[in-house]
Design a protein around this ligand. Sequence first.
Ligand code: AMP
Ligand code: ZN
Length: 470
Amino acid sequence: MTTSNTVIKLHNTKTRKKSEFTPIDANNVRMYLCGPTVYDRAHLGNARPVVVFDVLYRLLLEVYGKQHVTYVRNFTDVDDKINATALSRKEAGAPGTLEELVAERTEETIGWYLSDMGKLGALEPDHMPRATQYIDQMITMIEGLIAKGHAYADGSGHVLFSVKSYDNYGQLSGRSVDDMIAGARVEIADNKRDPMDFVLWKPSTDELPGWDSPWGRGRPGWHIECSAMSQELLGADFDIHAGGNDLMFPHHENEIAQSCCANGDDSFAKYWLHNEMLQVEGKKMSKSLGNFFTVHDLLDQDIPGEVIRFVFMQTHYRKPMDWTEKKAGEAEATLRKWHALTAGIEPAANAAAAVQEALADDLNTAGAIAEMHKLAAAGDAASLLASARLMGLLTEELAGWATQPDLDLSAYEAQLLAARETAMETKDFSQVDRLKTAFIEAGLEVRMSKAGVELVPGSGFDPAKLEAVE
Ligand code: AMP
Ligand code: ZN
């Protein structure tokens, strides 16, 4: 059932063209996004696909109706990096078995992830499967692939996918198998019939997470996880498969090979969407350059999640995006203005047609924001609010930070500092105490150190109470 006449156009990596999006079943539009490997906090780049495809999810909900969209984003909770963190904790003397420490690590990381992404205004998908809950489906899929001659066991606990058995391998990224071998670090191993073959199943040690299988105790390879979970939750055919463009090869090529061979036809996702990468101040984010930070780091620096979301939306998802402090400052100023303009206003029944059209045009979020600037300039607050909410901006959940006025507290800080200096000489601290009490009663946190005085508004901050401070 279509609730609006909006025609959505999407750029499909598979065809390298922008085309009209026609769902397989308009009553159940289905989308899958490759989720994180849960070994540590999400960095800012990891948040880009989440925010970008959250906008698509919101648009689909708007166009097809809440009951007619299913969105799946997985958690990869079995991985060498997770095992490595658990191992180092164990070596540092943490109690519990290695398996328990692995579970502890994935649990805490998933909690952080959901909290951080929530603060960026990302709706939770309808399903968030964890790979470890779908091991049976993976084993069944691998057995099927072996039976059809697309995979083989090496006799020592590994199962490999035979890339030569699938003629269309490489079609998504448009590369030949030879190009891919040249471009990628393909691991040459004795157990592979062909260097391009990739792992579906591999052995595990007794201490690390592992599952019984026809090939011995082991664990799945990464690619088969997404094939099995998407099939279980969305079916063999579904509409949209999304992810960062770093996943196009090998991850998505391998998912396609597995799923199409398991299904026995060339069905699987119809539209493939890829976001470009995020950089920081013009450079690739990396620990060695010192410009690596997590979403949590930014939130901790009091950069509101809504500001991060806004900065992301200023760049089209298929273009590289640059995170800069300058952009964050400008985004904050714009959002403050928009919050003030829309305060106490009821949103219009619908987003402005121009905003919806921009989003429907392959998620032109930058174009949508330009339209919203026009609405703000024209004073059309109700339309601005409805339009912003379609993009997950100016929502009640995210608004908290902006309802607090951007008050300049420096005069009060100077007042307290001066009182302290006087008190150091007179040894009479009563004025300092009086000021501190008044600031605290106004809802400010008072931070006094040798370096100076800082007043930080807390959630109960009431600027009106400052007026009485003498
Ligand atoms: P990972 O946990 O490494 O598998 O990554 C999770 C998601 O983050 C994948 O969809 C990646 O494509 C995406 N991703 C990783 N780095 C960046 C980046 N710098 N910019 C945008 N997306 C990224
Ligand atoms: Zn995937």
